[in-house]
Design a protein around this ligand. Structure first.
Ligand code: DSN
Length: 424
């Protein structure tokens, strides 16, 4: 079998293109050498990476299995059918479309399926934890549609459900959207469903961040409540960098037509094969254990950072991520990110709700546990990591040669040596 498999031939790449081969190796070294705490990243398995690096990348296959605009699709049809059936089974969904190239492409297709330009969507505001594609002025979604935004409650810092209901009744949107990029708490899908029904709206969940926790049966699923659920496949889910949509049977035709031919051309068949492999992985008991541990780790990390003065918004987390307010320690998000980076800790600055700083400075950081949990770390290691973050943020410096950067980096090296990414 391996004699006829032409993907992932690293030696051939090295011989022909040493510059790019060098980047592949140095990126792997970077990944292995530090702590990866970006909440939206993970480390796909060699099986997923093998499907990605395959000759399925060559195939044009516009259309859907059994209904293609090109010949020669018999084999890629098998891959896409497996991906669809596995996604439906994993999420107990009536229909799945596995062709979106990314989360933004999946979201574009949802707009295309349900909305005409100028119609109204009610979604979470970006500065309060939403997403660029949820109606911000910089994205197609805010340029082509009328976006009305809800935020979080000033006291709880969780979704302001009363505001959702008030705005829904005032604006009677075509679509109500729940989900975002920096929401540490569970979302009350039943509430959103009720409000959507009351105003006759489609209920859409962008589950990109937490769909892996749903797949691992670690948190409640939006699928029974939502008309449509879009997601990415590379976050907690741990699949290839890509997107997908699941929906009710009644929306199947609208979603499929919106993905292709409305928004996309040829599907990336290698990525679809990798999604199929990933969905199979996610159906295992090992993955369920992983998803549960991701949350346990995130809780301890958030709590311990809080004890060290780096306050978690909403008081903690129910998911894989927490958002931290750095104002009590008088450090900006941008400085915290740079100081952590210098110490071998990769995380991102993030606006916190009601942030007085501009988004490119920000008063917060977002931390997530998908990667470190994939590496096998548990709650004890999270306490250690919280201490390292606090040290880097409060006492550290953006200079990697600074004493604190060096000391923290030495402890990071110890951790990642004991819990290696992609063990050799
Ligand atoms: N950029 C992703 C994130 O970091 O949350 C969302 O698209």
């Amino acid at each position: 079998m391996s004699e006829t498999f032409y993907g992932s031939d690293f030696e051939a790449l090295q011989a022909f293109d040493p510059e790019i081969a060098g980047v592949l190796v140095s990126e792997l070294d970077r990944l292995r050498g530090g702590l990866q705490l970006i909440a939206s990243e993970n480390m796909s398995s060699p099986a997923v990476l093998t499907s990605l690096g395959s000759t399925l990348s060559n195939k044009y296959a516009e259309g859907y299995p059994g209904r293609r605009y090109y010949g020669g699709c018999s084999e890629v049809d098998k891959a896409e059918t497996l991906a669809i059936e596995r996604a439906k089974a994993l999420f107990d969904a009536e229909h799945a479309n596995v062709q979106p190239h990314s989360g933004a492409s999946a979201n574009q297709a949802v707009y295309g399926a349900f909305m005409k330009p100028g119609e109204t969507i009610l979604a979470m505001s970006l500065p309060h934890g939403g997403h660029l594609t949820h109606g911000t002025k910089m994205s197609f979604s805010g340029k082509w549609f009328n976006a009305v935004h809800y935020g979080v409650d000033k006291d709880t810092e969780d979704i302001d459900y009363a505001e959702v209901e008030r705005l829904a009744k005032e604006h009677r949107p075509k679509v109500i959207l729940a989900g975002g990029s920096a929401i540490p708490r569970l979302i009350d899908f039943e509430f959103f469903r009720r409000v959507a029904d009351e105003v006759g709206a489609i209920f859409w969940v962008d589950a990109a961040h937490f769909i892996g926790l749903v797949a691992g049966r670690a948190i409640p699923s939006p699928v029974p409540y939502a008309d449509v659920v879009s997601f990415t496949t590379h976050k907690v889910l741990r699949g290839p960098r890509s997107g997908a949509i699941v929906c009710k049977e009644e929306h199947k035709a609208a979603i499929d037509k919106a993905v292709f031919p409305m928004m996309q051309g040829g599907p990336q068949m290698h990525t679809i094969a990798a999604k199929a492999t990933n969905f199979k992985e996610c159906a295992t008991p090992e993955y369920q254990t992983y998803a549960t541990q991701v949350i346990a780790n995130a809780r301890v990390l958030a709590e311990t950072l809080g004890e060290m003065g780096i306050r978690p918004t909403t008081g903690g987390t129910d998911t894989h991520l927490s958002l931290h307010d750095l104002q009590p320690v008088q450090v900006t998000g941008v400085d915290a990110e740079a100081r952590c980076d210098a110490a071998g800790i990769t995380l991102n600055k993030n606006a916190i709700p009601f942030d007085p700083q501009k988004p490119n400075v920000a008063s917060g950081i977002r931390v997530g546990t998908p990667c470190v949990t994939t590496q096998g770390m548990g709650e004890d290691e999270m306490r250690t990591i919280a201490g390292l973050i606090a040290r880097a943020v409060v006492d550290g410096d953006a200079d990697p040669e600074h004493k604190v950067s060096q000391e923290v980096r030495a402890e990071v090296t110890d951790l990642v040596t004991r819990f290696p990414a992609y063990p050799r």
